[in-house]
Design a protein around this ligand. Structure first.
Ligand code: GLT
Ligand code: MN
Ligand code: MN
Length: 388
């Protein structure tokens, strides 16, 4: 029997807002009493997490005075020191306060846009003070219900201006901090700009400091858009832009359910873990999810333990997949290369192009080949079901 105990090297993190979720939804009042940030750190230590992330206002209330802020931060630091829990990531709440009802960096009111920058600089200071090296931007309110209200091109330009400003702020302060942009197609706005990880990757290349900015893809958000999350994450990894990841789960076509990792789509969770592990992802594995509304705090611990345990089980399954002789034989056969195309491979050359144009291919033979993906997938399913 394998050991599925979470260890610091797994870099399992949770937001204060995840285990601290009190179960409020649009139709119902909270079902759990709020825990303080210190209590949440203790809960995370008890379940074996490595790190804690927060929005500025998860830790410091929006209307706290400077002395109140300092006291809260001092208590929090003590809890971190006592438990060994670290703060790898921080972010700004630019969505709860009514000020942000029309967005933050893309709001039509210039005062709101300026306030959003001010709030973010303060929150970056807070994150840096607590040791964060990744700073997440999730623009939940950066969108519209009606496109009569906001010009989408202006909105993109405003987003860019804000990111450029904040990158310079980080450089100016000498912080060792990188930004990770998190996409979501809708909710809470009717439509949100830069709605997928792919949009974000393209947007990043237009910034003044693209090297400082990557993505923070979230399973649920890409599934809301009907996309293959594994492919989106692969694209981010391949371009060196996977700075952070939000692991959770949800059924396709639903609102943002933020379920326990692996709760719904086990097979895509498996391919995701395999992708991350096979390619040496060394960032945090952040669970941006929360316990069912039916749970008390024992259930919240079950939820948190479940996220980490499922990840580790899937990691072991990925190792088995890579070591399974039948699966590997099949993969070798599927990817077999008899060397006959060597002359046509690689970079363009005029002679190569001419030779390739002159070559005769036997389409009937190529098209008749059975690829054996049915067998391969069935073996994968059986491995996941625990019968191999
Ligand atoms: C919010 C959202 C998440 C984001 C968080 C960071 S807050 O809970 O649903 O996906 O990652 O701002
Ligand atoms: Mn979410
Ligand atoms: Mn998220």
């Amino acid at each position: 029997m394998s050991d599925y105990t979470p260890k610091p090297e797994h870099k399992f993190t949770f937001g204060l807002w995840t285990v601290g979720n009190i179960g409020r939804d649009p139709f119902g009042e909270p079902v759990r009493e709020p825990l303080s940030p210190v209590e949440l750190v203790q809960l995370l230590a008890e379940v074996g997490a490595y790190g804690v992330n927060f929005h500025d206002n998860d830790l410091v209330p929006i209307d706290a005075t400077p002395p109140e802020r300092d006291k809260i931060v001092a208590n929090f630091k003590k809890a971190l020191a006592d438990t060994g829990i670290v703060v790898p990531m921080a972010t700004t709440n630019l969505f709860s306060d009514p000020t942000f009802k029309d967005g933050a960096f893309t709001a039509n009111d210039p005062k709101v846009r300026a306030y959003a920058l001010q709030k973010t600089m303060n929150a970056i200071d807070l994150g840096a003070e607590l040791g964060a090296s990744i700073y997440v931007f999730w623009g939940g309110r950066e969108g519209t219900e009606t496109d009569a209200a906001k010009d989408p091109i202006t909105a993109i330009k405003r987003s860019r201006e804000a990111m450029n400003f904040l990158c310079e702020y980080v450089l100016d302060q000498g912080y060792d901090l990188k930004f990770a942009l998190e996409a979501k197609p809708n909710e809470p706005r009717g439509d949100i700009y830069n709605s997928t990880t792919g949009h974000m990757l393209a947007f990043i290349e237009t910034l003044d400091h693209p090297e400082m900015v990557g993505v923070n893809p979230e399973v649920a958000h890409e599934h809301m858009a009907g996309l293959n999350f594994v492919h989106g994450v692969a694209q981010a990894m391949e371009s060196g832009k996977l700075f952070h990841i939000d692991l959770n789960d949800q059924a396709f076509g639903r609102y943002d359910q933020d379920f326990r990792f692996g709760m719904v789509n086990l097979k895509s969770a498996f391919f995701l873990v395999k992708l991350l592990e096979d390619n040496g992802y060394d960032g945090d594995r952040h669970f941006d999810a929360h316990a069912y509304r039916t749970e008390d705090y024992e259930g919240v611990k079950d939820f948190a333990r479940g996220c980490m345990r499922t990840y580790l089980i899937l990691k072991e399954k990925a190792e088995r997949f890579n070591a399974d002789p039948e699966i590997q034989e099949l993969l070798a056969e599927i990817n077999a290369d008899d060397g006959s195309m060597e002359a046509f491979k690689g970079a363009y050359a005029a002679e190569k192009a001419a030779a390739l144009k002159a070559h005769t291919f036997n389409r009937a033979v190529l098209g008749a080949r059975g690829m054996k993906y049915e067998r391969l997938d069935q073996l994968t399913v059986e491995l996941l079901l625990g019968v191999r």
